[in-house]
Design a binder for this molecule. Structure first.
Ligand code: CUA
Length: 183
């Protein structure tokens, strides 16, 4: 009868005592790289916000029902809609934009150099409202049942695309709107 096997019979070398508490070299390098990346990204973010973070966050938000908001936007659009189907907002007037799967309504025509307040709300699910360019860098989340008031002064004439940057359904990638800034 063979003698029972002991750990000394194992073909695998017995690890030295304390091996569970030591990190192998590649793990230590990885942790250092991780720490350096986190520090670099944190420093970059702080520097970026300090240097370029002059964004127009919404000043105010108001509770509204989807039906109320839809009616308000409809009346606003009807009042100022031009023959081109776009809504020409007189300076000093409050403008509205509705996010609804999968479009932003209406298309607004604004005058360069004039301050506007745009009231934005969703009538269904959470959307994103993102406009980049023309001296603006705006990114909002547009939640249902809340109107966000955005103040902006468009500086450069041009046609600006608004995209939805919050996944809102199968047509999310097609969801867009437009703001036209005229001289
Ligand atoms: Cu609306 Cu994505």
């Amino acid at each position: 009868m063979a003698a029972p096997l002991t750990p000394a019979d194992s073909p695998v070398a017995t690890p030295s005592p304390g091996w569970t508490r030591r990190l192998p070299k590649d793990e230590r390098v990885f942790l250092w790289l991780l720490a350096v990346s986190v520090a670099a990204m944190t420093a970059f973010t702080i520097a970026w916000v300090a240097g370029f973070g002059d964004q127009n966050a919404p000043d105010r938000s108001v509770v509204v029902t989807p039906d109320e908001f839809r009616a308000t936007v409809g009346a606003f659009a009807e009042k100022y809609q031009g023959e081109d189907g776009r809504v020409h907002v007189p300076p000093g007037t409050e403008a509205y934009m509705m996010a609804q799967r999968y479009a932003f309504f209406p298309e607004l025509v604004l005058k360069a150099g004039e301050p506007y307040t745009i009231k934005i709300a969703s009538t269904d699910v959470l959307h994103g409202w993102s406009l980049v360019g023309g001296g603006q860098n705006l990114n909002l989340e547009v939640a249902p049942n809340h109107v966000f008031e955005l103040t902006l002064t468009p500086e450069e004439p041009g046609e600006y695309l608004i995209i939805c940057n919050e996944y809102c359904g199968l047509g999310h990638h097609l969801m867009r709107g437009r703001i036209i800034v005229e001289e």
